[in-house]
Design a protein. Sequence first.
Length: 435
Amino acid sequence: MRHALTAIGAAAALSAALVGASPAATAAAPAATAVAAPDIPVANVKAHLSQLQSIATANSGNRAHGRPGYKASLDYVKGKLDAAGYTTTIQQFTSSGATGYNLIADWPGGDANHVVMSGAHLDSVTAGPGINDNGSGTAGTLEVALAVSRAGLQPTKHLRFGWFGAEELGMIGSKYYVNNLPSTERSKIDAYLNFDMIGSPNPGYFVYDDNAALEKVFKDFFATKGIPTEIETEGDGRSDHAPFKSAGVPVGGLFSGADYTKTAAQAQKWGGTAGQAFDACYHRSCDTSANINDTALDNGSDSIAYAIWNLSTGTTTPPTGTVFENTADVTIPDAGAAVTSSVTVSGIAGNAPSALQVGVNIVHTYRGDLVIDLVAPDGSTYRLKNSSGSDSADNVIATYTANASSEVANGVWKLKVQDVASADTGYINSWKLTF
């Protein structure tokens, strides 16, 4: 997990960019006929941590981006996945003058239009081996992927796992992955689950609250263990779920705490020591294989399996409507004339619905400059977003609702966008209507 001070602005921007966004929660809801998840042997997870520790020890004490220990860590994880029958892909990118790597692993089968993805960052900081941050998430995710292979799981949805590089430099690897996915492929990801620090030595149990359906999956798991959870706030915008969330993908995950201090109330319900950090070795040389709470690691790894099994097996959620989409890029002139992007709707009887869903994906350096309208086939205009000097985030990734019940559904609809102030640039990446 990256430092909080470098991510405060990014977290605020993410929050603002997602106002009004409403990814379909039902698309990520667990199927009623899900197959029971296995218990993940914590000894197996710890064996992976031991290997990561050995790699760091042999490579100047760390597994950081651009250092030999990182590539050796990636080779270790890839070797395990290749032997288990995964299709693995290595992505290369450049950051801080060094080559970085992401590792993506796809399990054969499942509906490729409905992807459940789980991920963790593989790099450490330069100061230490990073066994909790984030060997723990790496190892837990790896062992669950291997459990999928051992079980011969045949999920209804397609399963994908990712290990990202240069997270500690600002989620560089995960940003590269998300930004290089075509919008049509991003839209196929029903859920991205992030695991960054799940074995903290003075642990808490913090669940991401970015998506209600995914939050419930983790809460349900810990309820079966009699373990109370809290909403995760320490890592908001600071780990690899952030680029996915910014792109409109539903995200969830688990976190056991970093350098925040455990309160007396938290110690009472979770054990451990009040008044001390959840991980006193966070980003330090002492984040070694001795810096792990086995119970937290065990519970965290089991929660990954529970989520993967529940979200990927059973009946795939059917589409909720007919979608018409335009994915062609349209440049938005800086402080210029309005531009439009069109979709042609056909085969829909009668009028448009009173709650017509308008999904908008605009890449822009300052969304406050943008005025966005939906234009019906007869020329009627529906205002979706006004400009605002206080709307200081970048990008517009949102689903708006327009009462278009007086409009005939079939015909050419347009998204009209105007940049009303200077000094910022962008383009319409894609937009869609859902009937």
